[in-house]
Write a protein that binds this ligand. Structure first.
Ligand code: G
Ligand code: G
Ligand code: MN
Ligand code: NA
Length: 250
């Protein structure tokens, strides 16, 4: 409960920050995108992991306000890139609690418009395991989002609820093979290979997350993965550092 109180105060106090992790084109190793991962800094400078506070924010519905902050902040950062002619899309993680809010689509589109960001620069990552309860409603929302030009990624793919028939009905552009599978490569590569085949059949962009070694990189680029993300390239870092290291090098 203390965490809940602190969480709701912290949104106003500016204690949250979006860290960015690059996504690389598997063949050229150029940066072709990034993922925003939220960080919460307490007064004493210590960081609380989203793995701790996001589940609490979801169960208390504080995720709705926090999620709006994430969308607004992502658009604010993207606006700066667009102004400097750097068209690098950003993915944000979206909770199903947010998606099911009446004004979700309207809010996202208004944010993009306000910051003059093209819709295809924002990608929404939805975790597969959260689709169980509200599948039809989620499909409807994602369809509308996608009709407006945003891209949709299925996150943590392979860990959740992907019956193959449901998969076919999901309006998605990207699947992200979960890092637990990617880290088995190349010795235990069967599931990652299977995810690769599913991606190929569906005709979606294939992303591998949790890439940590050169061996994994080589295997993934030879096995149909389009995009690579992981500590091998960079951990999530503050936006200004991301810009310096990956966007505006020269
Ligand atoms: O970097 P990592 O420890 O940052 O992230 C831990 C978990 O928190 C991941 O499952 C990630 O998807 C989730 N997460 C990170 N940022 C956000 C966010 O802005 N919104 C939501 N809903 N989840 C997030
Ligand atoms: O659930 P989601 O995929 O959104 O969250 C990604 C999580 O994985 C974050 O906590 C992020 O910090 C973490 N992460 C990103 N790259 C790597 C990696 O190469 N190895 C490991 N172990 N974790 C990673
Ligand atoms: Mn993610
Ligand atoms: Na993931």
């Amino acid at each position: 409960l203390m965490l809940e109180t602190a969480l709701s105060r912290s949104i106003d106090l500016g204690a949250f920050e979006l860290f960015l992790q690059p996504k690389m084109h598997a063949q050229s190793l150029e940066v072709t995108g990034c993922e925003a991962l939220i960080r919460w800094f307490k007064d004493d400078g210590t960081m609380i992991s989203p793995a701790v506070f996001i589940p609490i924010a979801e169960s208390t519905r504080l995720i709705i306000g926090l999620g709006k902050w994430v969308i607004e902040e992502a658009c604010r950062i993207l606006q700066g890139w667009v102004a400097q002619g750097r068209v690098v899309p950003m993915a944000i993680n979206v909770s199903v609690v947010q998606l099911l809010e009446e004004d979700f689509v309207e809010f996202v589109l208004a944010c993009l418009r306000k910051h003059q960001v093209p819709a295809d620069m924002l990608e929404l990552e939805i975790t597969e395991s959260t689709l169980i309860d509200n599948f039809d409603k989620v499909v409807a929302v994602l369809t509308e989002v996608r009709q407006n030009g945003l891209r949709i990624a299925m996150d943590d793919f392979g860990t959740g609820y992907s019956s193959l028939s449901n998969l076919n009905r999901l309006p998605i552009d990207v699947i992200k093979a979960d890092k637990s599978f990617v880290q088995g490569v190349p010795n235990e590569a069967a599931i990652t290979q299977l995810i690769g085949s599913i991606g190929e059949v569906l005709g979606v962009e294939l992303v591998a997350e949790g890439v940590e070694t050169r061996e994994q990189l080589e295997w993934l680029r030879q096995n149909g993965f389009d995009t690579l993300q992981g500590f091998y390239f960079s951990k999530p870092i503050p936006a200004h550092r991301f810009e310096k290291l990956f966007l505006f090098k020269d």
